[in-house]
Design a protein. Structure first.
Length: 139
């Protein structure tokens, strides 16, 4: 297991928070299970884009894993909203979607996605990408 910790400005080690946003509860559980070897990371879940935006006010997070095809609010809209928020403009957002076309990928990357992965995904690759992004995030 690799520990993902961040040293705050006050010199205190803190746990990293990841928000997993997907309209499929099964997919959210699969993503979280894929990242189980990351220690000192906690997870929150949202079943759609509106819930994800509500989570912004509940507690801060260090990274978001976001589906594109969801009811109520498309993932691309969520991506733009989150990165437009002053508190989250530098937050890495990983797109994890069934949409493998170049147009969708280009739009997400242009809007600021840190990474674009397609389903089905390789759990070890997802964990590697998340680990790398978390170690690059400043607290």
């Amino acid at each position: 297991m690799q520990t993902i910790l961040a040293l705050s400005a006050q010199g205190v080690w803190i746990m990293r928070r990841i928000l997993v946003v997907d309209d499929s509860a099964t997919m959210r559980k699969m993503v979280i299970a894929s990242l189980r070897d990351l220690t000192d990371v906690s997870f929150s879940e949202a079943g759609n884009g509106l819930e994800a935006i509500e989570q912004l006010e509940v507690a801060p997070f260090d990274l978001m894993i976001l589906d594109l095809n969801m009811p109520d609010m498309h993932g691309l809209e969520v991506l733009k909203f989150v990165l437009g928020h002053p508190s989250y403009h530098d937050t890495p957002i990983v797109i994890l979607t069934t949409k493998g076309d170049e147009n969708s990928r280009s739009k997400a990357i242009a809007a600021g996605a840190a990474c674009y992965l397609t389903k089905p995904f390789e759990p070890k690759f997802l964990a590697s990408e998340i680990r790398q992004l978390l170690t690059s995030v400043s607290v």
